[in-house]
Design a binder for this molecule. Structure first.
Ligand code: DPX
Ligand code: MG
Length: 585
């Protein structure tokens, strides 16, 4: 995992590896593809994801020459982008390589997800030969016009830096510029390499330590923000967090202040749930028990990297008051409505932890929480032969989550089932709640598993979402990754049913367990099970836990209306927000 604190280590590794460029004709020149491969290695990547196409084949050959960054294949470019997005969640950054237009335009959707979710994904696209530009050549896979600049233009809207290489001399600077931007902004970038330049020579890469440099806070602004925040934190605090780095700085600060800590859904797992100061997941009226009462009645809230959108505010029904909030964005801090610019989240949290003192009053929030807390009742064990319910399914999945598990939850009721899971220390949680693209989770889980093969990776995904990107399970089979997939078959788009029902929420049923045979063909080790009751589910889980040479998909069949209470409440509030009448001018 590439984090701010690891930059120095990576930097020295980068310096050591700086002369490992392959495919070079002399010590001072290398091919552009080889330059790129060395840079990917230097930023700590061990893999890149790819789909072949004739605009990128020479580039893929060049990348293959570097054996330290392995090439991993996907079924299509949307999935390739999501696999990279998932890899970046586990590893800190990722890269994927696609072909011109027919490939890249599909990958753009996943790149937009990386933008919304703040993940540094590098999308590399092959492109037309430089000698086709200006030669009045119509080319395949394009719009059938003589304009080849549209892809770069489109990329600019969903990246923090988009570059197109048109001359070998400028390749090193442009590649470095894009990679540096991805790290600095924690956002995706785009690099376009013409077919006939992938093997053209450019200058060899040096030890570009600055590729991984993060910007530093403005000292005066940082000091002013810390002063204002320390003065503000005079009584009680209930912080919230969504990671933008700064996970350990946040914990240090919370422990110094001694306050109650809640996490927003995207930050679940970033603060230990077994910690004495942890009070739960904050999601307005559908927060974990007792949590929203405390957050919303607090006289001071420190919110580190939160995203308050229509979903996380539950249709704009809950959000801490600006006048009571220290709101820490990735590159600025707002204290009770005053903004301090050029102050970076990690620097601010670290400096504030130094500046504040433990205030015994802060413990009162925790005492209040203990007093008002509604003890969650352990769900009863269902009759093993009774039709499977959501509650029994979740009860059994909870037991699969150990300290080494990453639980990945897809958009749908899997979100709420996931929020309700208790994470033992060490367990991690991944969700794509800002972008919310159904189907994200299958390729993202594949990418995550490539990056973190030693973790137990558990996916909860609904039937509707699975139908978008199901084919990427075959890549888990191909690489023998022991991912456990709980496929919740409730015969449709249940979350949409709760927001706004209609015939469009019904889907064609599939034989989800049987699909594993299709992916196995003659050489795969995937396993598929269907669980219609508690007994079948526990048998399937035991088989899955013992199976180490491929994925296991467990299709859990539940009733169409068997959803969480939170989904019903959240769905009705979001529907009300969506259905507001147009405002008058
Ligand atoms: C849609 C959503 O089966 O989960 O638990 O049954 O709801 P649940 P499923 O996976 O269904 C998902 C479905 C159709 N959202 O309920 S959340 C709209 C949507 C989206 N992303 C894309 N298209 C449509 N979020 C790419
Ligand atoms: Mg469903």
């Amino acid at each position: 995992m590439i984090t701010t604190t690891e930059v120095r280590t990576k930097r020295s590794a980068a310096q050591k590896h700086s002369s490992t460029a392959n495919g070079n004709s002399s010590a001072s020149t290398v091919t552009i593809g080889s330059y790129l491969a060395t840079r990917l290695e230097q930023i700590g990547l061990k893999h890149h994801f790819a789909v072949a196409g004739d605009y990128n084949l020479v580039l893929l050959d060049q990348l293959l020459l570097n054996e330290n960054v392995k090439q991993v294949y996907c079924c299509n470019e949307l999935d390739c982008g999501f696999a990279a997005e998932g890899y970046a969640r586990a590893h800190g950054a990722a890269a994927c390589v696609v072909t011109y237009t027919v490939g890249a335009l599909s990958a753009f959707n996943a790149l937009a997800s990386a933008y919304a979710e703040s993940l540094p994904v590098i999308l590399i696209s092959g492109s037309p030969n430089t000698n086709d530009l200006g030669a009045s050549h119509l080319l395949h896979h394009t719009l059938g016009t003589l304009n080849f600049g549209y892809q770069l233009e489109m990329a600019r809207h969903i990246t923090c830096e988009a570059v197109a290489i048109t001359h070998p001399e400028e390749a090193p600077a442009l590649i470095d510029k894009a990679i540096r931007a991805a790290f600095r902004n924690r956002k995706p970038v785009y690099i376009e390499i013409p077919c006939n330049l992938a093997a053209a020579l450019c200058s060899a890469p040096g030890p570009r330590a600055s590729l991984l440099d993060f910007p530093e806070s403005d000292p005066a602004s940082l000091a002013a923000a810390v002063d204002a925040a320390s003065a503000f934190l005079r009584t009680a605090v209930r912080p919230m967090l969504r990671s933008y780095g700064g996970v350990s700085a946040f914990r240090d600060l919370a422990e110094t202040v001694g306050c109650a800590v809640a996490v927003m859904p995207s930050a679940k797992g970033f603060f230990p749930e077994e910690h004495a100061q942890f009070i739960g997941t904050y999601l307005g009226s559908v927060s974990s028990p007792g949590c929203s009462e405390l957050v919303e009645s607090a006289d001071a809230v420190l919110a580190a990297g939160p995203i308050f959108n229509d979903y996380t505010t539950v249709g704009w029904s809950s959000q801490p008051a600006v006048s009571k909030t220290i709101h820490v964005d990735p590159d600025r801090v707002h204290v009770a409505g005053v903004t301090y610019s050029d102050v970076f989240l990690n620097d601010f949290l670290e400096a504030l932890a130094q500046a504040v003192k433990k205030n015994p009053k802060n413990a009162t929030t925790l005492i209040e929480f203990q007093r008002t807390r509604v003890e969650s009742v352990q769900p009863a064990v269902a009759d093993p032969d009774a039709p499977l319910t959501r509650a029994e399914m979740c009860r059994q999945i909870q037991d699969v989550i150990d300290r080494n598990t990453t639980l990945i939850v897809e958009t749908g009721d899997s979100w709420f089932n996931g929020f309700n899971m208790a994470l033992p220390d060490g367990a991690k949680f991944e969700i794509e709640m800002q972008y919310g693209h159904i189907g994200w989770s299958v390729p993202a889980t594949f990418g995550y598993a490539v990056a973190a093969p030693d973790r137990r990776i558990v996916l909860m995904v609904g039937d509707g979402s699975f139908q978008l990107t199901a084919q990427e399970v075959c890549q888990m089979v191909r690489l023998g990754l022991p991912v456990i997939i709980f496929l919740i078959n409730n015969r449709g788009y249940t979350i949409e049913v709760e927001i706004h029902d209609g015939p469009y929420n019904n889907i064609k049923n599939w034989d989800y367990a049987g699909i594993m045979n299709v992916f196995n063909a003659t050489d795969g080790n995937g396993r598929g099970f269907r669980a219609t009751n508690g007994k079948e589910l526990s048998t399937a889980i035991n088989q899955a836990l013992a199976h180490k040479t491929g994925p296991t998909l467990i299709e859990c069949t539940i009733d169409r209306d068997d959803c969480t209470k939170q989904l019903m409440e959240w769905g009705s509030r979001v529907a009300a927000a969506n259905g507001r009448p147009a405002q008058r001018a």
